[in-house]
Design a protein. Structure first.
Length: 260
């Protein structure tokens, strides 16, 4: 979401309403305006775009009819929710109970995040670099405080910042749904992973290496670091699951021995 309304530069087009619609559509596609973002007040937006208020209203009505914005009486115009849930609640429930789905989720993330890290190393702006650095600091602070909830949010924001820095709009929209699943803990339980890690230091070090390579514009290293991070997550979960199985088997054997 942006508060920099300089993105609404004056309109210069024969069809004013068409130009306003095209301008706002472009800002939405490129995620300058994200779902839930509030547009400037009508008078302010008309002044910024250099159009009349009737023409602006015409454009906003068309955007509302297209389902791109929601106009809330007395509150203003907002970018509509444009990304649906990746899966239905029923399917999410099934997936959460089946371990193979989790590893398919990691397989998907491995490829997409490696791709995003490579692009981010090649394309990031100073704004992107600041966002990535800020999330590393947030993860460090949550680690020091032992605040696992804050750590999880910073973790997700960090990966989202990398996808933003890729400047690939399709990748950005697709990964928004994936990170929503992550945030809801459907597949990825960071608290469980941190327990396997022991202190969380390994995860933090991996995130730092990804950030370092991206900010240094080392595309190969950024891609490799992103892959290594997901490899670590997968190996850790597999180890934890194996350990849990061994413990369950050991308990069963002890119970069987006592019963015998």
């Amino acid at each position: 979401m942006t508060d920099d309304w300089s993105v609404f530069d004056p309109i210069d087009h024969e069809s004013v309403a068409d130009a306003v619609v095209e301008k706002i559509e472009d800002l939405i596609v490129n995620r300058v305006l994200r779902q839930g973002a509030k547009l400037p007040a009508e008078r302010d937006l008309a002044d910024r775009l250099g159009v009349s208020r009737p023409k602006l209203r015409e454009a906003l009505k068309r955007l509302e009819d297209e389902g791109l914005i929601d106009v809330v009486k007395g509150e203003g115009s907002f970018v509509a929710k444009l990304t649906n849930e990746a899966m239905s609640p029923a399917l999410l429930d099934v997936f959460s109970r089946h371990g193979d789905a989790f590893f398919e989720y990691l397989e998907y993330r491995r490829e997409q995040e490696a791709f995003a890290a490579r692009l981010a190393a090649e394309r990031h702006t100073a704004f992107d670099a600041d966002a990535i650095t800020a999330e590393i600091r947030a993860m460090e602070e949550s680690q020091e405080k032992g605040d696992q909830a804050a750590g999880m949010e910073a973790d997700i924001r960090f990966h989202s910042a990398i996808v933003d820095a890729s400047h690939n709009t399709m990748l950005n929209h697709m990964m928004t749904s994936i990170y929503d699943l992550t945030r809801r803990g459907v597949f990825y339980n960071r608290e469980y992973l941190r327990a396997i890690d022991g202190t969380g230091e390994a995860l933090l070090a991996q995130h730092k290496e990804i950030a370092r390579a991206i900010l240094a514009r080392e595309a190969d290293a950024a891609e490799a670091a992103a892959r290594a991070h997901i490899d670590f997550v997968e190996a850790s979960f597999r180890h934890g699951m194996d350990q849990s199985r061994r413990e369950r088997l050991s308990r069963k054997r002890r119970l069987a021995t006592r019963a015998g």
